[in-house]
Design a protein around this ligand. Sequence first.
Ligand SMILES: [Zn+2]
Length: 73
Amino acid sequence: MNKIVVVILVTVLVVYLVRRMAANRIQPPAKTQKKVAEDMVRCQACGVNLPRSEAILSQGRFYCCDEHRKSGA
Ligand SMILES: [Zn+2]
């Protein structure tokens, strides 16, 4: 008779844990989506690809750093 009680308790515990894990997955995703959707641009001096927000725009051309902007201008 004791075995049935243990089986019921384990089943209840498993159902509880599965429901808690499912609830955690429903939570909104982290704020990494913005970076994934961001445009990539190419440095005119060295050709490296970088996000548009991190690039330096000068006279319609993108550069990865201020040094390359000066050398490319
Ligand atoms: Zn560069």
